[in-house]
Design a protein. Structure first.
Length: 244
């Protein structure tokens, strides 16, 4: 997807109406969530939270600690140990575990292939959802993930569910691996499909579309068009009385 830095100026930054809002962006991998969420946060002058990075950081820590990621009991037993610190500036999102910057290592193939198992463990989700709610605080934030509109922030001002055709999602992931914004090792279309299947069929808080989410198919849209649609929704909803 094309980048739209020139248009990412925070032209709504001083808009009091959007100050306390929560924009929830859910969807499968490769739907364009990260670029869209980050771009929307920059344009609206909001903070940005990548919850997938938190599950990845937890997975990185488990692997480094020698915890077998498929042993749900062991993963659960140790899930309270790592100290996760997350920065929410959309221009420079940061993530550290026990003081170590893990923003690079959490995109490795090893972590990418292990993260579905770790994120399916209820104790992991319980801890990370609590942390995510703390970070959301009084709002003023765009949050991306799989269960934001359904579980983490069911009262979010705006809920968007991004989709894209499977082939296009694999192509985008590959393009990211070749030097996109969030450098991740290229997954094959099969690996991607497998991860989505695991994320969608787990019992604890699966990837799910909130009934009140607006579905946005990004297959034929460029990044700027996606951001514009989300910003328009935020403008519309932020003006609604009775919403956050
Ligand atoms: O968005 P991502 O690919 O970086 O997410 C990594 C994994 O984390 C993904 O396989 C599913 C999981 N995840 C989750 O279970 N819940 C979230 N809110 C975000 C991500």
């Amino acid at each position: 997807m094309e980048r739209a830095d020139h248009a990412d100026q925070a032209d709504h930054a001083d808009d009091a109406r959007t100050a306390g809002i929560v924009v929830a962006i859910d969807g499968p991998s490769g739907s364009g969530k990260s670029s869209a969420a980050r771009g929307t946060a920059r344009r609206l002058g909001l903070r940005y939270l990548d919850t997938g990075a938190m599950y990845r950081a937890m997975t990185w820590w488990m692997m480094r600690a020698g915890t077998p990621v498929d042993d749900a009991d062991e993963v659960a037993a140790r899930s309270g140990e790592p100290d996760l610190q997350v920065g929410t500036d959309p221009d420079l999102p940061t993530i550290t575990v026990d003081g170590i910057d893990v923003s690079g290592p959490i995109r490795s193939r090893e972590v990418t292939n292990a993260v579905s198992a770790v994120s399916a463990v209820p104790a992991v989700r319980h801890r990370l959802v609590a942390l995510q709610r703390e970070l959301i605080g009084d709002g003023g934030i765009v949050v991306e993930g799989r269960d934001i509109g359904t579980t983490v922030a069911p009262d979010a001002t705006v809920k968007v569910y991004l989709t894209a055709h499977e082939q296009e999602r694999a192509r985008r992931r590959a393009a990211e691996g070749l030097g996109g914004a969030k450098v991740e090792v290229t997954l094959t279309q099969q690996e991607l499909a497998l991860r989505d299947k695991k994320d969608s069929t787990r019992t604890a808080s699966p990837l799910n579309q909130a009934p009140d989410a607006v579905v946005l198919d990004t297959t034929a849209l460029n990044l700027n068009q996606v951001i514009e649609r989300i910003c328009a929704l935020a403008d519309e909803r932020a003006g609604m009385p009775g919403r956050r």
